[in-house]
Design a protein around this ligand. Structure first.
Ligand code: ARG
Length: 588
């Protein structure tokens, strides 16, 4: 609900009480957007719902309300339609004043949260010594956008990279490297990350087939846990190497993260188990310590346990998440924790959160949200793979998007007979390529699987990044063509609304705040994408050579007013795209 709607709602509530008495205080006036813009902007449907209770015709109820309704500063005279709808049409002067106000506001009228709080977004979170895959890419893109939106709303956001940097995989890897590449355990960057990943695969194979190897690997884990100097040093080198590789991707995507991997919580794991023991939830089951879950059963219908400590003393992924949760609530003082992972982990989150709740670790004012997303599919509808069937390296994927954007741009320049410098072409290709990948991901409802298609995401038409970037650049083109500085339209730069298309664009511009607060609540960035796409389309109609209004060639004061609308559209696009992690181009 936006500020205007809120005001109207209050006025309607007051009118209800004035008309029918105090017992009608708090009755919802059922204020909604008008079903048909011809009748106005909003309608209140409350009269229809009261007809039975009051024993009156709903039209009569509606007129009794309208008689007491004072909205003259906001709306034209309310009209009653059909069986008793109260139609409200915003006054032109009111709309103009709102637009003039957002024009002067760097936040474009979007308020900051009433109660800013500490929020954690746990996202990206790849695993050391393994390649970052497309699932991590989705988490990185979606998590970054959510973090940007929460930050813009004024929350104190901790962007945490919960990397998998601890556990049995290091025992295998270090044991294997001692055999085949000992220098990798003592010298920084002795290996290429590609080699590291393939060594990891080979180590896993040895672990699965060779008992002596298994035993050594286990001892290596124990040495790591105990902090043996050489093993610890090797572990650090391996982490550092992966970290550098991840950073390349984060730089390309312009994503900031604070690394706080699983190892950080390692010293806190015994306390988790102790506390579960104290709260009486812990059960020993075949040597393992576990908590039985409600609502999770095996095939026989018996309750499933969440194992927090294995019979060999080792801890699990969930134990670390329990420790992390406690730390984030107690030390970070987080009021909302958002976890961005693939939907396949939904049970994991539901389970450890259930255990934490039973243990009484989650105060009432703390909200935990798992933000799940679907799979990335290839154009054949199957799991996304390279032609030869390998998993796609993220770096290759991003490079490919940029190089395709490059080729598209060169073709377009040729067709338009435009000359541009190589620097310009490289820059545009990079922004377009990376934005296309991000936008393609964000514009889908994240809960569905999404089909990765370079052709679709790079299309200049449709709900794509290039389309949106183009709309922005086109508006900047107006300022260049007219030799106008949008930032300096003068103090008299006021919006005047006359034409139907001006109204349509203006009203849409005023909805940004509402869209952002919905995204803040339901964490679905695709709603922001839809809004920006719709805005671009509205702008294109407004500015259409044949059906649109004249801008540069219009008479004053309409010319300046329309330039203000153009500039507001551009600023809204720029702000909205920045919240999706997308940078605009002045020219493309
Ligand atoms: N490292 C995990 C993976 O690659 C994701 C971690 C998500 N965050 C968490 N707190 N469990 O699947």
């Amino acid at each position: 609900m936006n500020a205007t709607q809120e005001q109207l709602k209050v006025k309607l509530e007051q009118a209800l009480v004035a008309a029918f008495g105090d017992e009608y205080a708090g009755v919802d006036p059922i204020l909604v957007s008008a079903s048909n813009p011809k009748f106005g902007d909003y309608q209140a449907n409350v009269a229809l719902s009261l007809s039975k209770k009051l024993g009156q015709q709903s039209r009569a109820i509606a007129s009794a309300i309208v008689e007491k309704l004072d909205v003259s500063e906001i709306c034209e005279k309310p009209e009653i339609a059909g069986p008793g709808f109260i139609n409200l049409k915003l006054k032109t002067a009111y709309l103009e004043a709102q637009l003039n106000a957002i024009q002067a506001d760097t936040r474009l009228g979007v308020p900051t949260a009433k109660h800013p709080q500490r929020e954690i977004v746990d996202f990206s979170s790849p695993n050391i010594a393994k390649e970052m895959h497309v699932g991590h890419l989705r988490s990185t893109i979606i998590g970054d956008s959510i973090a940007r939106i929460l930050e813009f709303r004024g929350h104190d956001v901790l962007r945490l990279n919960h990397v998998g940097d601890w556990g049995t995989q290091f025992g295998m890897l270090i044991t294997y490297l001692r055999e085949v590449s000992p220098e990798a355990l003592t010298t920084a960057n002795a290996l290429d990350i590609g080699d590291l990943v393939s060594f990891y695969r080979q180590a896993k194979q040895r672990f699965d087939t060779d008992e002596a190897f298994q035993e050594t690997a286990r001892q290596e884990v124990v040495r790591l846990q105990a902090g043996a100097a050489d093993t610890l040093h090797a572990w650090k080198l391996l982490c550092e190497q992966s970290r550098q590789e991840f950073q390349v991707i984060y730089d390309l995507l312009d994503v900031k993260l604070t690394e706080r991997g699983e190892s950080f919580y390692n010293p806190l794991l015994p306390t988790v188990v102790e506390n579960l023991e104290k709260s009486g939830l812990l059960v020993e089951n075949q040597g393992a310590k576990c908590v039985f879950l409600d609502g999770f059963t095996n095939r026989e219908g018996e309750p499933l346990p969440l194992i927090v400590q294995k019979s060999d003393g080792g801890y699990n992924y969930a134990t670390t998440d329990l420790a992390a949760l406690r730390y984030r609530i107690q030390k970070d003082e987080a009021k909302r924790i958002v976890y961005v992972t693939d939907a396949g982990q939904a049970n994991h989150f539901a389970q450890f959160i259930q255990v934490a709740r039973k243990a009484g670790w989650i105060p009432d004012d703390v909200e935990l949200v798992h933000v799940p997303f679907g799979l990335v599919l290839g154009e054949d509808g199957k799991k996304f793979k390279t032609r030869s069937g390998d998993t796609v390296r993220l770096r290759d994927l991003l490079d490919e998007a940029v190089s395709r954007a490059h080729a598209d741009l060169e073709e377009r320049l040729k067709a338009e007979e435009r000359e541009e410098t190589p620097e310009f072409i490289d820059k545009v290709a990079e922004v377009v390529g990376i934005s296309a990948v991000k936008y393609a991901d964000l514009s889908q409802n994240r809960t569905s699987n999404y089909m990765f298609s370079y052709d679709k995401m790079l299309d200049l038409k449709g709900n794509t990044a290039p389309y949106m970037l183009y709309a922005y650049a086109r508006i900047q083109g107006i300022s260049r063509k007219g030799g106008i500085d949008f930032a300096d339209l003068g103090d008299n730069a006021k919006v005047i609304l006359q034409h139907e298309m001006e109204f349509a664009l203006a009203k849409y511009l005023l909805q940004l705040g509402e869209v952002i607060s919905t995204v803040e609540a339901d964490l679905l960035p695709n709603r922001l994408c839809e809004y920006l796409y719709e805005l671009s389309k509205k702008f294109n109609t407004f500015y259409d050579r044949n059906q649109g209004v004249q801008v540069l060639s219009a008479e004053e004061p309409l010319r300046t007013s329309r330039l203000v609308l153009c500039n507001l559209t551009a600023r809204t696009l720029k702000l909205g795209l920045s919240l999706l992690g997308i940078q605009v181009l002045e020219r493309m």
